[in-house]
Design a protein around this ligand. Sequence first.
Ligand code: PMP
Length: 284
Amino acid sequence: MARIAYVNGRYAPINDPAIGIEDRGFQFADGVYEVWLVKGGVFQDHAGHMARLKRSLTELRIPMPMSEASLDIALAETLRRNRLNNALVYLQVTRGVAKRDHAFPASPVRPTIVITARPLSMAASEKRAETGIDVITRPDERWKRCDIKSVSLLPNVLAKQAARESGAYEAWLIDADGFITEGSSSNAWIVTPEGVLVTRKADHGILNGVTRLRIMRIAKSLGLSFEERAFSLEEALSAREAFISSASSLVMPVVRVDGRPIANGAPGSLASALREAYLAGAEA
Ligand code: PMP
């Protein structure tokens, strides 16, 4: 079955040429995006993703392209037309099409909206979670507004490619002070030897993951001790557990960093418990 994309009010086969050459998303990466996990036909953490979309757009002074209700319909309809139950739904909004000039268009243009959906195998994700993943580390070479979910992802792309080439699943990015900021497309977590759950504070240095916020709510409901603070590579290497979080990987245990095992090199019990709680719909 041909995959169907929503493009500016139309549903079209994904390979149809549909975006203007002078779209500012293409020319300048002048746009934002969101990715929803859809499980059993239900958009996970929908309100959190919508709130972050609005925030990203506001920070870049791109108008919300349509009402939230209309956007909800387009998201659901894209999922339906692709006949998917477990999926990743991708939404991109760019500033629109205008004669190429770095500054914003002098007169307002209509933002471009694209929605796509692709299948996500929960079985493959579960299998990966059973063994855990390897991460490598890379210097964080991104800009200073990583809190905006911008489509300008080149440093993330290069870090992820480096991970692939070394047989790892993710790259953790390290800031100038030696602290881990986050993964190339996920948030980073550790559990200290004392059992404290730690993830970096959501400042301009990281994307405030919707899954990260969900895990924080779950941790609170389970009465886990939790700290929002930076942690170094050294601290991660001596941690009891490590894991990443994102809409696409949920909670995914990290068992090696730069080839060095975390604890005994097996997925940790807290990471597995948080993953289970997430899958069971806790604090949704
Ligand atoms: N950080 C970065 C850089 C990401 O790209 C992502 C995934 N979009 C995340 C964190 C996790 O965010 P979320 O939990 O909302 O998917």
